[in-house]
Design a protein around this ligand. Structure first.
Ligand SMILES: [Zn+2]
Length: 135
């Protein structure tokens, strides 16, 4: 692997972590729904229905303040997905720092379809009166 490519990958990983850190700091300080810098969901504004991502910003804000239960109530899908996203981010960073070639997606298609189906179910279910959490 060319040295320039390794440096570029490390720089991209650094910028990714820097972006996450700055976004996390802003999200810790600013309260979603009360700050103009953090607008509400456009889908919800237009339709009145919640989307699968509704409550993500408020949930992350609660999570950054240590309120796991409140974060789960705002968007359970986020809390369930967060460990996997964190693992993927750490794995990517580890690969880049070691200079190893980046692996292609090895997740079988049936799991991706199952995830998509679960996301679709969650989207529909959270817009029914049976959904246990208000968001
Ligand atoms: Zn939304």
């Amino acid at each position: 692997m060319v040295v320039e490519e390794i440096v570029n990958r490390r720089l991209s990983a650094f910028l990714l972590w820097l972006t996450i850190t700055v976004a996390g700091l802003l999200l810790f300080v600013l309260e979603p729904g009360k700050s103009a810098l953090l607008p509400g969901c456009p889908f919800r504004t237009l339709t009145g229905f919640t989307c699968p991502g509704c409550g993500t910003t408020r949930g992350l804000h609660q999570l950054l303040h240590g309120n796991l239960a409140a974060a789960f109530q705002l968007n359970p899908f986020l809390i369930l997905a967060l460990p996997f996203l964190l693992y993927a981010l750490l794995s990517y960073t580890n690969t880049v720092l070691r200079g190893n070639p980046i692996r292609r997606n090895t997740l079988p298609a049936k799991y991706i379809w199952a995830l998509f189906g679960f996301l679709l179910f969650f989207w529909i279910f959270r817009n029914t009166p049976f959904y246990p959490f208000a968001s």
